[in-house]
Design a protein around this ligand. Structure first.
Ligand SMILES: [Zn+2]
Length: 195
């Protein structure tokens, strides 16, 4: 279940927001658990081999987790901007700019499927994670219509997702987590009403 939960948002920055979720009526925070946070980063393709090695240093891992926590807060601000005004506020854009200026990156050209590809990588782990999350934010805002960024409809669920389905009618964070339990609840409610 974990792995699915780490990536079901469909975009890294949404997956970061989803690191806080409700399970059995309890709030769970993946970022409070360093080894799960590490797994979360791996599932979201945020770590290169060198990063994995570098993060064996606990101090570095903990400071990165702090960073993720404040980035998560920022991603929530973005969601609330979008919900309230349908676009980013000037404040948020300024903050985004400040983040971009912090991420130091390098460019490399690598072969891919007999072609060449330009790859952007962070200099340090922190740069790399930061760059990828900001890239994810920009990519979503650039390519997805805002009404496709939604919260799961289940009343006990706080997960978000980007609806990339053709019909645009996705209602649940996932069928396994919420779709089925909602259907079961509706089924029992109908049954009860018949009695
Ligand atoms: Zn859900």
């Amino acid at each position: 279940m974990d792995k699915l939960q780490f990536v079901l948002g469909g975009a890294t920055w949404i997956n970061l927001v989803n690191t806080k979720y409700i399970s059995n009526k309890q709030m769970v925070d993946i970022l409070l658990n360093p080894s799960r946070t590490f797994q979360w980063m791996e599932e979201n393709n945020l770590l290169r081999e060198s990063d994995t090695l570098a993060l064996e240093n606990e101090d570095l891992l903990f400071s990165l987790i702090d960073e993720l926590r404040s980035l998560r807060h920022f991603c929530k601000v973005i969601l609330s901007d979008l919900k309230q005004q349908g676009k980013l506020s000037l404040d948020t854009i300024e903050q985004l700019n400040r983040l971009v200026q912090q991420a130091k990156v390098s460019l490399t050209i690598v072969p891919k499927h007999e072609k060449l590809k330009l790859v952007i990588e962070g200099i340090t782990v922190r740069d790399h994670v930061l760059y990828n999350i900001v890239f994810s934010i920009m990519n979503t805002l650039d390519t997805i219509s805002i009404d496709r960024i939604r919260k799961c409809e289940h009343q006990d669920c706080i997960l978000y997702f980007v609806d990339t389905s053709k019909s645009g009618k996705r209602r649940w964070c996932s069928m396994e987590l919420c779709g089925n339990r909602q259907k079961a609840a509706e089924f029992y409610a109908r049954k009860k009403n018949k009695k």
